[in-house]
Design a protein around this ligand. Structure first.
Ligand code: PGA
Length: 260
């Protein structure tokens, strides 16, 4: 993990309304405090539905909780006649630190390709937030054994036109689609194989210093019972956690992965 601070981010997806969100964030903060959480050792973040952001912001900032928060998607447009869209400026105004772009569910159900994901990442960076850019292969590609080349192709597309400085500060989430929400977790070696290859590619596309700085998460059926082995891999700097992040006690255990 070198000098990179791990990022454990809970992607709530389309779960928890704003009333429920308030309870979950409070319970997460109390549980982390009980476990003597130190934010310098690992960063905890919740990635919440748009309708929850204002409440989550108010509670976290009001009580100075050591939890970052962010959004699950953003528009490629700045403003205008785009019914239903949310701009990066709107998210920045709510003090979001992170914005997930290119989650496999956005790619699958909303036709997002690497060019759109790249455009969204640029909007997030322009608004001084940090994109969490998702990549990952489907089961057919894993079975063919071409997953590393496939993911590196996605990396080339999603990072196109970014500067080394921008890339050094962002987060890449490797999420094999076959492991998302299926209970089918990739082995620690599977996670390391692709996360390591991504870091090498970042070094080739930019430079070694950038590759050393960029944080690379693994995502897909991460739980408190498997997170420590995944986090022990040298190129895994965190986890993007779906289902298990809805339970604040379970998510706190994930954030405290090295304290079990
Ligand atoms: P999961 O989801 O942890 O429920 O598998 C991960 C994700 O989609 O980010």
């Amino acid at each position: 993990m070198a000098n990179r601070t791990p990022l454990l981010a809970g992607n709530w997806k389309m779960n928890l309304n704003h009333v429920e969100a308030a309870g979950v964030v409070q319970k997460l903060a109390w549980t982390l405090a009980d476990m003597n959480y130190e934010k310098d050792k690992a960063e905890a973040a919740v990635i919440v539905p748009f309708t929850d952001i204002r409440v989550v912001q108010t509670i976290i900032e009001g009580d100075k909780m050591p939890i970052a928060f962010g959004a699950q998607d953003v528009s490629v447009h700045d403003a205008g006649a785009y019914t239903g869209e949310i701009s990066s400026e709107m998210l920045a105004k709510l003090n979001c630190r992170y914005v997930v772009v290119g989650h496999s569910e956005r790619r699958e159900y909303h036709g997002e390709d690497d060019a759109i994901v790249n455009a969204k990442a640029k909007k997030v960076l322009a608004a001084a937030m940090t994109p969490i850019i998702c990549v990952g292969e489907k089961l057919e590609i894993r079975k063919e054994g071409t997953h590393v080349a496939f993911v590196l192709g996605q990396i080339d597309g999603v990072l196109a036109g970014l500067t080394a400085e921008q890339v050094a500060g962002l987060v890449i989430a490797y999420e094999p689609v076959w492991a998302i929400g299926t209970g089918e977790v990739a082995t620690p070696d599977d996670a390391q194989e692709v996360c390591g290859a991504i870091r090498t590619r970042v070094g080739e596309l930019f430079d070694d210093a950038t590759a050393e700085k960029v944080r690379i998460q693994y995502g897909g059926s991460v739980k408190s019972s498997n997170v420590a082995d995944i986090m022990a891999q040298p190129d895994v700097d965190g986890a993007l956690v779906g289902g298990a992040s809805l339970d604040p006690v379970e998510f706190a255990r994930i954030v405290m992965f090295d304290k079990k």
